[in-house]
Design a protein around this ligand. Structure first.
Ligand code: IPM
Ligand code: MG
Length: 333
C-alpha cells in the first residue's frame, strides 16, 4: 500500500529538488502517494497567503510531510511561514541530528549530537512593539508547560535512542526569569530520569565547548532561539547543510521532515543545486514510514556516490544536480 505524504516543495531551489527527491524515493522502491501543496512565495503572490489552508488540510489528512525551506522576509513582511506552520500545528519538538556522514568530511571525524529544540515560543512568539521611536521590545515567551514538554521529550528521546546524557542549554544568568524557569523545569524533570545523565550549561559556553570537543555532548535541549543557533553551529561541525535536517513532531503524532537550508536563489535554474539538504530529511521520512531498509539503502547510495566524486560544486565537485542524483540512484542496488 502506498504511503500518503504531503510534499511542500518550498521556495527557491526547493522547487527543483523536490522532484529529484521523489525520484530517489521511487527508485528505492518505496511507494508514496504524494500530495503536493504549495507554500511560500508562490501562493503569497496568488492569494496573499504564504501558507494557504490546503497545506493544513493536507497535513491533517496525511499526518506527515516533507518540506522544503520557505522564504522568510527579513526586517519586515509576513511572519516566517516555516515558523507559522510549527506554531499552528503545535510542532513543538524539533530534532536536529548533528552527525558526520560518510563521504563528506566535517571538522571532526566523529560527532554524534542531537539538538532538541522547542519550536513554538521564546522570541519566535513574534511579539514585538515600538515603545517610542528608536526603542523596541521583543518579548521572549517561556511557559512551564512548553518547557516541561520539550525537556520530557528530550529525556524520552534519549531513552528511546540509547543515549546517555541530556545537556540543557540556557542563559539563566541574564534572563533570570525566562531561562531561569526553563532551567528549573530541567532540574526538576531530570530527577524522573535516573537512567539518563543530566547537566546544564550556559549558552555561550556551550558554543565554545561544542566547537572544542563535540564528543562531550549527546542530547542538547534548548529553547527556540538557542536551538536555532546550535543547530547551525552543529551543522558547521559536520560538513554543513549537506548533512543536516530537521524533524518536527507534535503530541498528536504529526511529523514534518524539513530541509533546513534551501534558499539559494543564485542557483535557481543553474541545475547545480546540491540535492543532499533535501535527501537527508527524505531518508528520515522513510524511517518514520517504517521503511528503514530503504532509508539505509539511500544513505549508503549517497555515501557511495559522493565518495566516487559525484558532487555539486558547493561540496567540491563538478556534477549537476541531475548527475549527482543519477549517480545516487545507480548506487541504490
Ligand atoms: C530553521 C530556520 C528558520 C528558523 C527560519 C528560516 C525562520 O533558520 O529552521 O532553523 O529560524 O527556525
Ligand atoms: Mg536555523
Amino acid at each position: 500500500m502506498a504511503h500518503n505524504v504531503t510534499l511542500i516543495p518550498g521556495d527557491s531551489v526547493g522547487r527543483e529538488l523536490a522532484p529529484m527527491t521523489q525520484r530517489v524515493i521511487a527508485a528505492a522502491g518505496v511507494d508514496v502517494d504524494w500530495d503536493v501543496v504549495e507554500a511560500g512565495t508562490n501562493p503569497f503572490g496568488q492569494s496573499g497567503d504564504p501558507l494557504p489552508p490546503e497545506v493544513f488540510d493536507s497535513i491533517a489528512r496525511t499526518g506527515v510531510a516533507l518540506k522544503g525551506e520557505l522564504k522568510t522576509p527579513q526586517g519586515s513582511g509576513y511572519e516566517s511561514p516555516n515558523v507559522r506552520l510549527r506554531k499552528r500545528l503545535d510542532l513543538f519538538a524539533t530534532v536536529r541530528p548533528i552527525k558526520v556522514q560518510p563521504g563528506l568530511p566535517g571538522r571532526y571525524d566523529k560527532v554524534d549530537v542531537v539538538v532538541v529544540r522547542e519550536a513554538t515560543e521564546d522570541v519566535y512568539a513574534g511579539i514585538e512593539h515600538v515603545v517610542v521611536p528608536g526603542v523596541v521590545q521583543s518579548i521572549k515567551v517561556t511557559t512551564k508547560k512548553a518547557s516541561d514538554r520539550i525537556i520530557r521529550f528530550a529525556f524520552e528521546y534519549a531513552r528511546a535512542h540509547g543515549r546517555k546524557k541530556v545537556t540543557l542549554v540556557h542563559k539563566a544568568n541574564i534572563m533570570k526569569k525566562a531561562d531561569g524557569l526553563f532551567l528549573a523545569c530541567g532540574n526538576a524533570i531530570a530527577g524522573e530520569y535516573a537512567d539518563v545523565a543530566y547537566e546544564s550549561i550556559i549558552a555561550d559556553n556551550a558554543c565554545m565547548q561544542l566547537v572544542r570537543d563535540p564528543s562531550r555532548y549527546d542530547v542538547l535541549v534548548t529553547q527556540n532561539l538557542f536551538g536555532d543557533l546550535l543547530g547551525d553551529l552543529g551543522a558547521g561541525l559536520v560538513g554543513g547543510m549537506s548533512n543536516v535536517w530537521g524533524e518536527l513532531r507534535n503530541e498528536g503524532g504529526t511529523a514534518v521532515f524539513e530541509a533546513i537550508h534551501g534558499i539559494a536563489d543564485a542557483l535557481v535554474g543553474t541545475g547545480r543545486a546540491n540535492p543532499l539538504p533535501y535527501l537527508r530529511p527524505a531518508t528520515a521520512l522513510l524511517r518514520h514510514l517504517g521503511e528503514a531498509s530503504a532509508a539505509d539503502r539511500v544513505d549508503a547510495a549517497i555515501a557511495a556516490a559522493v565518495t566516487a566524486g559525484h558532487k555539486t560544486p558547493d561540496i567540491g565537485g563538478v556534477s549537476t544536480t541531475t548527475e549527482m542524483v543519477d549517480a545516487i540512484i545507480r548506487h541504490l542496488d
